[in-house]
Design a protein around this ligand. Sequence first.
Ligand code: ATP
Ligand code: MG
Length: 759
Amino acid sequence: MTQTILDGLNAAQKGAVSSEADVLQILAPPGSGKTKTLTSRVAYLLRERNYKPWNVICLTFTVKSSREMGERLAKLLDSGYEKKLILGTFHSVCRRYLVSYGHLIGLSKDFGIADSNDSLAIIKRIVKRHRLKVDAYKTRGRISHAKSRGKSFHDLIQEQLKAKKKDEEQEEFITAFEEYEAQLERGNLLDFDDLLLRCVTLLETHPHCVSNVEAVLIDEFQDTNLVQFDLMRLFASQHNRITTVGDPDQSIYGWRSAEVENLNRMQILHPDTLVVHLEENYRSSGAILLAAREVIEQDVSRPKKELLPTHCPGTIPVLRKLPSAEIEAAWIVSEIKRTRALTGNLLNYSDYAILLRSAALSRLIETAMGRAGMPYRMVGGHKFYDRTEIKILLDYLRVISQPSNNDAVARVLNVPTRGVGDITLKALLEEAESKQTTLWQLIRNIVQGHTIAKTKISNQAEKGLGAFTSIILSLRSKLMDTTQPVSPETMLQSVMKKLEFRLYLVKLYPEDHEARWANVEELAFQAAECNFRVSSSNNDDDLSSPIKDTLPAIDGLTQDSGNSADEALSTFLANVALASERQQEGDDDEESTSAGQVTISTIHAAKGLEWPAVFVTSVYDKCIPHSRAEDTDEERRLLYVAMTRAQALLYLSCPTKTSQREDATLSPFLSEKKVRKFLADQGPSFENDTVFEVSRIIGRKCPDRRHIIIATRDLKSTGDNLWPLDGTEAGRRKWDGNAAELSPQKVAKRQKMTGVPSV
Ligand code: ATP
Ligand code: MG
């Protein structure tokens, strides 16, 4: 079995996987197999060192990467053993600790999670109520920054007292921070930073909670913040066995308080840390690595490192300037079609990724893809959980699970319409806040006649409040009925029934109610999956059972299991919140065709991933580096991360007019002569053996050469390989002139392929 775990690893990787060292840090460039090595080490510890999976904590940066790691482990271990690991993101693992042991620090078990939208809504209200001049959006960022450095508003008050000068803006910020914390507490809510901070408090005061933990392993360590560093120390406090992997050249979350210095801090905390370097790159072609290296080496303060290709040089990366953002989008679409055809469909749509500096840049690309009928999935864009119909249902479930959640109550109090207008709602919210009670409690008191509201309420609105409370109360009593525990799915169905939700959608959205109903069904499916997870066996020896939400029982520490229906519902809601944890994780839509979907993603969200073909778009000055970015070196690293996602084909493109019709010039990171030497200005023609090289790099059988010849001939006859080879107006005229000589069918075919209409 060791054989299979160590098979296919190089000597340095094998050494790291089987190292006897307690504290290990793997520092290595992109594509050198860090994640692969970390995963193999987990398998090795379980299989060869007999660590029990429920005593091993394994932390990844995104939900997607923890799922992938679970899948890789399943293949390596073939035992279902990996399902027992404490595997997830920092946030999800901390939540599990707080659900199991939070009572030890006075946290009630049914806490809810305020996601970033909830936090913003709360802050906006505070800013308004206190007539603050600070910007709500920036304030949210500052609060999160303070929290991720482990600072509370009390600390900031102390700092303010010590400061000699009066700083009005800082005072306003502290007021907003203090009020924000009070409101979270009243609503029994934790935001994402709190999940980490409270877990630190828990483990500092009750280290016994992690007495079972034998090893802690962390991927993407260069992007951890100070609180996460503390968590690493605390999780491992019993045995101090830690493996981290990271790459300082890929630290791209400094703007969100990540501290690349954590790599050094770890070595200082554990002077016996064994540092392992990996130098061979298994991901990208030699030509891609050369270009990427030229970019990162512009940072002269950075120590020089090896990045040795294991693949052939392959095709030269392309740098393309295009006259406008629209043409850039059309060019990408046509280049995908062209390279697929020219490689005899060696590449599927799912082998392509289009990487953006920010999600907002996706619009034109989505339009071009839509026009060409090319399937794509957007990562980090409009998310499943942001869809109106989904938000309404989830908010009802949130209110039923936790009526103290003011924001959820406020969002659905008048949905469907019940005559409670915006003005009344705002006034009620303010009244609740000034009385330091929850909106739910205030409404109940009004309905029961215990309170005469300060807010003026019309008869119709009063009826509406009554209807709302009666729905929530009846569903809540169903949830609390211990004699007949209901699953999250049943709860969801009951909400829909009470609201006559299908009819509501038909009335409100006559045009697309069916698509919306399909989303609702998808949500019901997810809820049903959660039923299965939560009601599964609690027996640690049963290795075939799915992942448990709570942690293994530790004598005298674990809470009573409580009401299982209530717990199942809050687990479902927490999973939803954590899945939309960062604006970076896309919907996991089923692939729509056998050729899959092109991925459109932000560069940040593409971290750790790889694709055979990658387009990095809008590489112009003020976009990369971004005009608002404070750290130019971090922006350069971002481009480096983007380029190193590509295995065989890499395209960099720069429109000379942005989508806002502003003039743009090429990013300084690419304008140097030295870099340009490693870039071509046209995509590969595949007329020589490059297609065989591509297939070797991506580890796929090369298609029959005859297909390729036919595809080349077809493209030539339709003129598709002429557009938009130079992307200039002259090129376009040539293309259109060429179109005049073609039959209407061929013009239509070409238009379909490229998405570019003739003028
Ligand atoms: P990043 O810094 O981008 O996260 P990484 O260092 O984590 O990259 P991995 O994702 O683990 O790199 O590996 C990159 C690719 O190289 C993967 O496809 C992996 O399967 C492959 N790979 C890693 N090590 C080897 C090896 N020894 N032999 C063959 N392929 C390997
Ligand atoms: Mg990795």
